[in-house]
Design a protein. Structure first.
Length: 244
C-alpha cells in the first residue's frame, strides 16, 4: 500500500532496478559483511601475538607476580598471598635498600629439593607473567643490612646495624628480633645483602646459611625486584612500603 511505502521509505529490489548485493539498514552490502568477518579472523592472530609481546614485556621489565609459599614473612605476608614485584627500578641502577621486601633467586643451598613440576596451563600463565613461576627456586625476605654495613643481634635483641638498634614493628608477634639464632657482628661485603624474614622463629634466612658461600649474604645480582603490592586475595590488597 502507498501508506506503507510512505512509512517505511523503502522500495523493493525490482523497483530499484538492482540485481544483487542488497544493503542492510546500516548501508553495508552482504559482500562487505563477509569481507569484515574475514578481516577480523585475519587480524585476530596478530592481536594475540601483540598481546603476548606486551605481557612478556611487562613481565621482563616492569612487574611479575609471585606466590608466598610459607609463613616466614608473617604477619606482613600470609601463605597464599600474591605479591607484585617491581622489576623496573633495578634497570635504572637502583640498589636494594634496608627495609625493603625483596624477591631473589636461591643463591645455592637455601631451598632443599626440587620445585614442583607445573602443568601446561601453569607454564603458559607463568611464561607471560600472569602466574608465579612454579619451576624456579625463589625466596622473599626483608633486607636488613647492605654492603659495607656491620650487622649483629645478641640475646633477645635488638638487631643492630652499624651499632644502631633497628626499629622493627613488622616482627611477628611473640618473636624476638634475634629469633632463636643470635649472630654477629658480621661485616656485609660490598655488593651483598643480609636478609631476614619477619617471622624470625620460622624463617631460614641469612642467619642459618653462614656456612655457605657468602657467609649468609646474597648477591645483589640475585635480586629479582622489590615486592610493592599484595595483589591477592582482594581482602588483603595493600602496599609494601620500606620499613626500618
Amino acid at each position: 500500500m502507498v501508506v506503507g511505502d510512505l512509512i517505511t521509505g523503502k522500495r523493493s529490489r525490482s523497483e530499484d532496478g538492482e540485481t544483487g548485493g542488497g544493503q542492510t539498514d546500516d548501508g553495508a552490502t552482504g559482500g562487505e559483511r563477509r569481507r569484515k568477518t574475514r578481516s577480523f579472523w585475519k587480524e585476530l592472530p596478530i592481536l594475540l601475538v601483540l598481546a603476548l609481546v606486551i605481557a612478556l614485556g611487562i613481565k621482563t621489565f616492569l612487574v611479575q607476580a609471585f606466590s608466598i609459599p610459607s609463613g616466614s614473612m608473617q604477619s606482613t605476608l600470609q601463605v597464599g598471598d600474591r605479591v607484585l614485584v617491581d622489576k623496573l627500578t633495578p634497570w635504572f641502577g637502583s640498589e636494594p635498600e634496608r627495609g625493603e621486601v625483596v624477591v631473589f633467586h636461591d643463591p645455592g643451598g637455601w631451598l632443599p629439593g626440587k620445585p614442583d613440576k607445573p602443568n601446561a596451563l601453569q607454564r603458559v600463565l607463568s611464561f607471560v607473567g600472569l602466574m608465579p613461576s612454579a619451576d624456579e627456586k625463589d625466596l622473599i625476605k626483608r633486607v636488613i643490612a647492605v654492603g659495607g654495613d656491620t650487622v649483629e643481634c645478641s640475646g633477645s635483641g635488638p638487631v643492630k646495624v652499624n651499632g644502631k638498634a633497628l626499629d622493627e614493628p613488622y616482627i611477628y608477634a611473640g618473636n624476638t628480633p634475634c629469633g632463636d639464632k643470635p649472630f654477629g657482628p658480621i661485616k656485609v661485603p660490598k655488593g651483598k645483602l643480609w636478609v631476614m624474614g619477619d617471622h624470625r622463629q620460622d624463617s631460614s634466612d641469612s642467619r642459618y646459611h653462614q656456612d655457605l658461600h657468602g657467609g649468609g649474604t646474597i648477591d645483589e645480582d640475585e635480586v629479582i625486584g622489590r615486592a610493592v603490592v599484595v595483589a591477592w586475595p582482594v581482602g588483603r590488597w595493600s602496599s609494601l612500603p620500606m620499613s626500618g
